[in-house]
Write a new protein. Sequence first.
Lengths: 388, 140
Amino acid sequence: MPYDTSLNFVFWSPTKIVFGENTALDVAIEVENLKCKKALVVTDRELAKNTDIPERIKKVLGNLCVGIFSDVEADSGIHIVNQGAKLGKELGADCIVSVGGGSAIDTAKGMAILLKEGGKLQDYVGFQILTRPQTPHIVIPTTAGTGSEVTYIAVIKDHEEGRKLLFGDYNILPNVAILDPKMTEGLPPRLTAATGMDAMCHAIEALHSLQKEPIADGMALHAIKLIKEFLPRAVQNGKDMLARGQMLIAANMAGAAFSNAQLGMVHALAHTVGAKFKVHHGLANSILLPPCLKYNADACGDVYLDVLSTLGVNIKRIRPEEAGSAVAEKIIEFTKKLGLPQRLREVGVPEEGLKECSELALSDGAIVYNPKFISESTEVLKIYQQAW
Amino acid sequence: MALSFPSIEWVEEFKKQINSSEGYKKAGATWTAGVVALVTSAKPEIGIKEDVGIWLDLHQGVCRDAKIVTAEDAQKAPFCITGDYARWKQVIKKELEPVKGMMQGKLKLKGDLPTIVRFVKASQELVECTTRIETKFLDE
């Protein structure tokens, strides 16, 4: 994977990682390490309703916990962030412990801004405009996929305006991520598979991104290796703690990789069908990855050879220009074994919706870093049609 | 004659270059999202005593107005991009791609990134326009 003398990059990943079974029990220590005394637990409704995880975290925090905010829902919105921040202010919270998947973590990132800066969340839409560290934030992921515990991005929906607001700032990177395999133990097989494929897409997209760089490459390739080996095991047996743990590590490494190297068209297309037709993000990525790999095949064959090799394929007789298709076939084989759907039509996307999606996808930030420049919606439409 | 960056003369030349650019005219033809302000942070040692804003009123492939404004006024634009002198110099010299700069924290964007992304080609054409200006950098 050669680089030339034009290589220049910034790698920024300051989040402290704590890994191990039952490390969630150390959350109080981490709160104290941050010199905080009043933690607000932020979690989503489903987790609060169907598990005792948020209550367990509250119990472990003891006197350090001022309350639980459990109104987060999928596609979290400004109104939810505002409600959470209002509660946090009333309770005098000086740090946030988010427990959940991407929505809970992103909501907490938005709350961290409002608790520190005040004002309206809309005032902070943009990139790198915050000038100081925000409210301390500890993340305990309950899925292994988003990597949001180590990314500087938060996506929060403005439901009134019907659009997603993007916040990108090194100052919203969580301070601590506690990766406790026990926290993902109860995740159902299909969600385990879909979130795991989200991590796989993060890793592959970080590798083919125009902003790829060696540190992120190393993390992404190792993430792929772990996902290949441990995702099927975690899907087959949710109580396989080794597999659960390795998947948390893989998702975390892929998250750090893409937070620095950025993503590409798979995510641009997946975000759009997700927003329009509520397709689970991991599933959308999983379905769209193969046709996007084929589209990009002539632009980054060497990268895809590395991916193939990491997936355990003997690449001696594969030419670079064939590698994209070969990875695509390998991914299809892998996701079939995981029992995931293969077509957009199987996950509720109507054929007549593809045209609008193909136009909207061109406005997604991820598309800027795709290895092949894409500016025509007709090209995007062809890829959607292949995936449909 | 080389024009100092930033200066009123440089900004006027920038407007001329934008309006004579076929590339920008095409790439920015559907831009209706409003003013883009570019703010250079103060650097007293080279003569920039306070933050300087460049106000670009861009609309459908045309630059309707370009002027120097205060940083405070620049913040009122729907899109405000802020950077140190050295970063803007890198942009003008095509050593730093603006969207990449925003992602990496080298430039700060106040505003909606997806809108900028939709017009990434137009932003590249604007950078092309700056390269056609004979620029005198104050730190050289």
